[in-house]
Design a protein around this ligand. Structure first.
Ligand code: DC
Length: 229
């Protein structure tokens, strides 16, 4: 790849962003960054420290002191030197992450790290505000969506694979509440950037969505400077 490329993938919880972002990053030789994992890591630390999710001042300070690193391997993440990749995947942490993510000071600190990562590598970055706020000039912007029912079913299956048992209706309700908080907050709410391509993955296989995203990347980088294998 001769030019650094930024692919932004945004959308609500369970739309398939992580799977797709990881696959696309592998195909184009870019670094995969799961920004939700960063908000989850801060939320996990806050829970462990007993800091309430509405204590803006302490949470901002916690974020400024957090050492977040992406480890080699499929989107693994370390917080202050500890691999927390599994610990951040509980429904409790998901809810806390959505609350912590509404704090502008927390977002500011994490967005700085996200921008820094892309200064030395091509990235496929997924989250809620990547195409709208973090990289408004991203080369490719995708807004990935799916029906609430399908998203809840996918999340339930992911958690079951990790031996985390949840009641389906509770999970569906948690996802709806989280979406509503992520969409309606004042600081960088979840929204589709005006120039993002909307993809509904409800009735598509991950392979189909992957090919569609690669097609979009190719069509937008067809000046011969960027090679997508
Ligand atoms: O993608 P996820 O479910 O792991 O994200 C966890 C929470 O973090 C989500 O409810 C909203 C928040 N988030 C955010 O506000 N901005 C991002 N770029 C990524 C995630």
């Amino acid at each position: 790849m001769s030019k650094r490329l930024i692919v932004a993938i945004d959308g609500p919880a369970g739309a398939g962003k992580s799977t797709l972002a990881r696959r696309v990053a592998e195909r184009i030789g870019a670094v995969y960054i799961d920004t939700g994992a960063m908000y989850r890591a801060i939320a996990l630390w806050a829970i462990r420290q007993g800091i309430p999710c509405d204590d803006h001042h302490r949470l901002e300070s916690l974020t400024n002191h957090a050492r977040i690193e992406f480890l080699p391997g499929h989107g693994r993440i370390a917080l202050n030197g500890e691999d927390v990749s599994s610990a951040i995947r509980t429904p409790e942490v998901a809810t806390a992450a959505s609350q912590v993510a509404a704090i502008s000071g927390v977002r500011k600190a994490l967005v700085t790290i996200q921008r820094e990562i892309a200064t030395h590598a091509s990235v496929v970055m997924e989250g809620r505000d990547i195409g709208s706020v973090v990289f408004p000039d991203a080369d490719i912007k995708i807004y990935l969506d799916a029906s609430t029912d399908i998203r809840a079913r996918r999340r339930a299956a992911e958690l079951a694979e990790k031996q985390i048992q949840v009641d389906f209706n509770d999970l569906r309700q948690q996802i709806e509440e989280r979406d509503s908080r992520d969409r309606n907050r004042a600081a960088s709410p979840l929204l589709q950037a005006a120039d993002a391509t909307y993809l509904d993955s409800s009735n598509l296989s991950p392979e189909d969505v992957e090919e569609e995203i690669l097609r979009i990347i190719r069509s937008k980088t067809s000046n011969g400077k960027v090679l997508v294998s």
